[in-house]
Design a protein around this ligand. Structure first.
Ligand code: HEC
Ligand code: HEC
Length: 571
C-alpha cells in the first residue's frame, strides 16, 4: 500500500502531467509510461450520490450498462465493469486519465445518449462521479503496477487553425490526407466517401452491432468535445483507437505529421454548420426556400441548380458562409416515439432538402438527400422517404397545422411517399463506385389521423423524377404541379409567396422501419420565392440610409457654418 504522502505526491505528479497536457504543446510531454490515476477514495461518497441521482438510469446499479433505459438506446450505455473507455489520450488498450473521463462527463458523447453534464453538475461533482465510475471497474485495477499508462504525444496543429470552423488548411495537405486515407484503407469500414458505409457486420467488445462513424456528420463523433471541426479530435482518435470497438489505432503505422494531414482530410468532408451547444447537432433550418426558375428545372443532380453543400466551395473556404448555401437546408429528424410502434433508434437523424420551382412548368421540385449506411435487401421492408403537407391549406387559419404525425380527423394531410429498393445491391459487397439506381414507387396518401391513412382515389400526379444511392447517400427528387384538378380535395394546392407547413418522414428498410416506426421532422415551413433581383432587396434600405445621412450632414454643416460665422471664425 502507498503511504498517504507518496499517494499525494503521485496525485501531484498526475496533476502536473494533466496540466502539461492541457496547457502546453504536447511536444513537450515526456514520452514515458506512468502509473494509472489512482482512485481518489475521499471523493467516492459524493460521487456515489451523483451517480445514483444522474447516471444509474442508463449505466445501471453496478455499472453494467443495463439501466432501465438501456435497451432503448443505440449505442448502449457503457458497461463499466471491464474498464474499457473509448476517448483517451493513452495508448490503445490503456486505462484513461482522470482528465479524459472528466472531459467526457463535461462534454458528453455526441451521437449517443450520453449527455453533457457541464452546467448541470458542478466541477466537484464531476470530479467525484468520475472517481465513482472508476470504482465500478472490476476487471482491472487502477492501483496495479501493470496498469501503467502511456500518454501519447499528438504534436500540435501545424496550420494554427482555430475554432469554431478551422478553415485555412492548405488544399495540398488535404489532398495528401486523402492519399493517406486510401493507403491505410480506412474506407474498408468508413466507406469511399466517409459516410460509414463500409462494413455492416461489425460488433463491439460487448457483442453489440456497431457502425463506423460517418465523417460527414462530425457532430456525431463521440470524441468531438463540442469542438466539432477541430482536427485535434481526429488525430487523437487515429492515434489511440477507440477501446472496445473495431476502430484501430494507427500510432505506429502513420507518422504524427501524416496523422494531422489525414485528420484535415476527414475534417474537410464535414459541412460547416452552426452547432447547437445543447444538442451537439447542427441548428435546424426551419424555412425551406424554393427558388424560382424561369425556365424548366433540371432533373440532373449535377446541375448547378442542385448543388449539394459538400460540392459547394463556398461552404468550405469562407468562414462567413458557414450557414452555407441558403437554398440548402438541414432538417433534423427523430424517431417517432409518441404513438404506436415507437422508434427509439432511428438509423437516420437528418435530411438535407433543397427546392426549386419553375414558372414555365408551374411545378415544384424537392430534392431530399440523406445518409444511410446500408439499404434494405428485403422487399418486405423497402426504404422510403415522404413529404407531408396540410391536405387543405386553404382551410387553415394563421399558424394552424394538422397533427404532425399523419394529420387528424378535421385537418387531413397530403403525403407524397417514395418507396424504393436498390437495384443490384448487397449490403456486404464492396460499394459500386458508380452508385446504384433505385426502383421507386410513388404513393400518394391522405392522412386523417394515426390510424386513418389511405391511398388517394385521385392522385395529384406526384413524380420522382430522379433518384440515386451512392456511397451511403440517398437522393430522391420529387416533382408536382403547383395546382391539381383535386376533385376530392386531397391534394395540397401550392401558392407562391406563402408560408406553407411542410414535414418530412423517413423509413430505413435495413433496420425494418415501417409505418409509424419511422423518423420524422417537426412541421417546418416552405415558401416559393418570387425572384427579386438581389439589388432590389438591399438597395432601397441602403439608399434610404445614405440619403438620410446626407441630409443630416447638410443640416449639421449648415448649422456649423452659421455658428462659426456668428463667432466670426469664417467670413
Ligand atoms: C441517457 C443515458 C445516459 C446517462 C444518464 C448517462 N450516460 Fe454515460 N453513457 C451513455 C451511453 C449511451 C454511453 C456509451 C456511448 C458510446 O459508447 O458510444 C455512455 C458512456 C459513458 C462513459 C464512457 C466514456 C468513454 O470514453 O468510453 C462514461 C465515463 C460515462 N458514460 C459516464 C457517465 C456519468 C458519470 C453519468 C452521470 C453523471 C452518465 N454517464 C450518465 C448514456 C448515458
Ligand atoms: C476495422 C474498421 C475500421 C477501420 C479500418 C477504421 N475505422 Fe474509424 N471507426 C470504426 C468504428 C467502428 C468507429 C465507431 C466507434 C464508435 O462509434 O464507438 C470508428 C470511428 C472513427 C472516428 C470517429 C471518432 C469519434 O470521436 O467518434 C474517426 C474520426 C475515425 N474512425 C477515423 C478513422 C480513420 C482516419 C481511419 C483510417 C486511418 C479509420 N477510422 C479506420 C472502424 C474503423
Amino acid at each position: 500500500m502507498l503511504t498517504e504522502s507518496r499517494k499525494s505526491l503521485r496525485q501531484l505528479i498526475a496533476g502536473l502531467v494533466i496540466f502539461l497536457v492541457a496547457g502546453l504543446p504536447s511536444t513537450l510531454l515526456a514520452e514515458e509510461a506512468q502509473p494509472a490515476d489512482l482512485i481518489q477514495t475521499d471523493k467516492l461518497e459524493l460521487g456515489k450520490k451523483v451517480y445514483f441521482k444522474r447516471c444509474v438510469w442508463c449505466h445501471g446499479i453496478e455499472g453494467e450498462g443495463n439501466g432501465p433505459s438501456a435497451d432503448r438506446l443505440f449505442t448502449r450505455p457503457r458497461n463499466f465493469i471491464q474498464g474499457t473507455f473509448k476517448i483517451r489520450w493513452t495508448d490503445s488498450g490503456d486505462l484513461p486519465l482522470d482528465q479524459n473521463l472528466i472531459d467526457t462527463v463535461k462534454n458528453g458523447l455526441p451521437g449517443s445518449a450520453m449527455p453533457s453534464w457541464s452546467g448541470i453538475l458542478s466541477e466537484d461533482e464531476i470530479e467525484a462521479v468520475v472517481q465513482f465510475v472508476k470504482s465500478l471497474v472490476q476487471d482491472r485495477d487502477f492501483a496495479d503496477e501493470d496498469e501503467e499508462v502511456y500518454v501519447q504525444d499528438f504534436g500540435s496543429n501545424p496550420w494554427g487553425t482555430k475554432g469554431p470552423y478551422h478553415f485555412g488548411v492548405p488544399q495540398e495537405d488535404i489532398d495528401a490526407g486523402k492519399e493517406i486515407f486510401l493507403k491505410n484503407k480506412c474506407f474498408e469500414c468508413h466507406g469511399g466517401e466517409g459516410r460509414g458505409d463500409g462494413n455492416p457486420t461489425m460488433k463491439d467488445d460487448w457483442g453489440f452491432a456497431i457502425m463506423a462513424a460517418d465523417w460527414q456528420q462530425c457532430w456525431n463523433f463521440r470524441g468531438s468535445r463540442r469542438n466539432h471541426f477541430d482536427p485535434f479530435n481526429i488525430v487523437r482518435t487515429i492515434s489511440t483507437g477507440m477501446n472496445g470497438t473495431p476502430m484501430p489505432n494507427f500510432k505506429d503505422k502513420i507518422t504524427i505529421e501524416d496523422r494531422w494531414k489525414l485528420a484535415a482530410f476527414v475534417n474537410s468532408l464535414c459541412p460547416r454548420k452552426k452547432i447547437d451547444r445543447l444538442t451537439n447537432k447542427p441548428i435546424n433550418d426551419f424555412l425551406i426556400k424554393s427558388k424560382r426558375r424561369i425556365g424548366a428545372v433540371s432533373t440532373d443532380f449535377n446541375d448547378p441548380m442542385w448543388q449539394a453543400p459538400d460540392d459547394d466551395d463556398r461552404i468550405k473556404s469562407r468562414a462567413s458562409d458557414y450557414e452555407g448555401n441558403q437554398y440548402w437546408h438541414f432538417v433534423a429528424v427523430a424517431g417517432q416515439i409518441t404513438r404506436g410502434e415507437r422508434n427509439f433508434k432511428p438509423k437516420v437523424d437528418n435530411l438535407w432538402v433543397m427546392s426549386n420551382w419553375s414558372e414555365e412548368e408551374q411545378a415544384i421540385y424537392y430534392l431530399v438527400e440523406y445518409h444511410n449506411r446500408f439499404l434494405s435487401v428485403d422487399p418486405a421492408y423497402p426504404d422510403a422517404v415522404a413529404i407531408q403537407w396540410p391536405g387543405q391549406l386553404e382551410e387553415l387559419f394563421g399558424a394552424e397545422k394538422p397533427y404532425f404525425i399523419f394529420g387528424d380527423s378535421k385537418k387531413p394531410v397530403d403525403l407524397w411517399k417514395a418507396n424504393f429498393m436498390v437495384k443490384d445491391y448487397s449490403d456486404t459487397a464492396a460499394p459500386n463506385p458508380n452508385g446504384y439506381d433505385l426502383d421507386v414507387t410513388v404513393e400518394e396518401l391522405v392522412g386523417n389521423g394515426f390510424e386513418a391513412i389511405f391511398p388517394k382515389e385521385t392522385p395529384g400526379g406526384v413524380q420522382v423524377v430522379n433518384s440515386k444511392y451512392h456511397q451511403g447517400r440517398v437522393k430522391i427528387m420529387f416533382k408536382r404541379s403547383l395546382m391539381t384538378e383535386n376533385p376530392d380535395k386531397t391534394d395540397v394546392q401550392i401558392p407562391i409567396k406563402t408560408y406553407i407547413p411542410i414535414a418530412f418522414m423517413e423509413w430505413s428498410g435495413w433496420a425494418q422501419e415501417h409505418d409509424e416506426h419511422m423518423a420524422i421532422s417537426t412541421w417546418l415551413y416552405t415558401i416559393l420565392e418570387p425572384e427579386l433581383p438581389k439589388s432590389l432587396l438591399y438597395m432601397p434600405p441602403i439608399m434610404a440610409t445614405a440619403w438620410f445621412g446626407f441630409q443630416m450632414w447638410l443640416v449639421w454643416m449648415t448649422k456649423r457654418t452659421r455658428k462659426m460665422a456668428a463667432e466670426g471664425k469664417v467670413k
